[in-house]
Design a protein around this ligand. Sequence first.
Ligand SMILES: C[S@@+](CC[C@H](N)C(=O)[O-])C[C@H]1O[C@@H](n2cnc3c(N)ncnc32)[C@H](O)[C@@H]1O
Length: 267
Amino acid sequence: MTAATPAQAQPRGTVYLVGAGPGDPELLTLKAHRLLRCCDALVHDSLVPKALLDLVPEHCERHFVGKRRGHHSVPQPSTNAILVELASRHRTVVRLKGGDPFLFGRGAEEAAHLAARGVPVEVVPGVTAGIAAPAYVGIPVTHRRAGSSVTFVTGHEEIDKGRPGVDWRGLARSSGGLVIYMGLHNLRHICQELAAGGLDSKTPAAVIQQGTVVGQRLLVSCLEELADKVEIERFTSPAIIVVGDVVGLRVPACCPDPADVEMPIPF
Ligand SMILES: C[S@@+](CC[C@H](N)C(=O)[O-])C[C@H]1O[C@@H](n2cnc3c(N)ncnc32)[C@H](O)[C@@H]1O
């Protein structure tokens, strides 16, 4: 029998796929807070404020594996391998991801990779940016007066390479609101496709940049003017785009103050 390599060694610990929330540290769940306070190893993404990274104990081994548009600083297979290796040496490994780990966060891919290698893995859901960023500017993502559904959709079609792209014209025919992640880069195309699918060009739309943290910005417009206004006002990532009548049902009076923490900006 050959000796086990470190990656094949019996797992010592559990990997927790933890949602960091959208940025405001007070939106971290109690479970995520407890795990960060006691973890032995931390593997984190770009959209995680420093305030959360500071919660981990001094002895904690840290790895940054953030992905940014256009390139991956650490390729996904290497991230998977790092997690398996860390679990062979540490009891509590936290894989911290912005928002919720299973919403456009590749959390399920990492969970499947770990489970297939016998590494105990547990998901800790987080508050997703697609709900929190609109909420911080008073936009509800559903409303009885604005349809009975909400669609969370990626505007970053490269992510879905090898699969059919998003059917924007089909989405235009759904009666509920759209919450678009990673959509700024393709915004003009998205708006054109939604209009071509029959969505009224006067449909209210909003962009929330840096939701829940310092630097939070809101732009409210309508479908036909959104892309121009985003360019003129120089909105940048990270941003959530909301399209639908829910934007018109905004309640500015309910907005919390954004947290006084900075979030790294993906480039
Ligand atoms: C790779 S996705 C990860 C989403 C994350 N798993 C979640 O549940 O929020 C990254 C995108 O989420 C959105 N995003 C994340 N944090 C944000 C924030 N604080 N404000 C606005 N958009 C944010 C942006 O669209 C960004 O490009």
